[in-house]
Write a protein that binds this ligand. Structure first.
Ligand SMILES: [Zn+2]
Length: 76
């Protein structure tokens, strides 16, 4: 049941924070799990000073595919 994943948080908390990851490009992303979908997502928390990826803006959402091979969040 999905409900056990959100039992400890408010009904409005759709994303559960999992941790921070540093990307190869230098950006720092926060990993989240969308609790209702069991879907991993990541949001850019800080843009790396040398990052050249245009869509890595602060607050941008990234899919696991965009995080590189195995370095960050994975489908589990
Ligand atoms: Zn970047």
């Amino acid at each position: 049941m999905l409900t056990r994943h959100i039992a400890h948080s408010s009904p409005h908390m759709l994303f559960e924070f999992r941790g921070l990851e540093a990307l190869p490009c230098g950006c720092v992303v926060a990993d989240y799990v969308a609790t209702l979908l069991s879907l991993d997502v990541a949001a850019v928390e800080a843009k790396g000073p040398h990052c050249t990826v245009r869509h890595h803006g602060r607050g941008s959402l990234l899919t696991p595919d965009e995080l590189g091979s195995g370095a960050a969040a994975a489908w589990v």
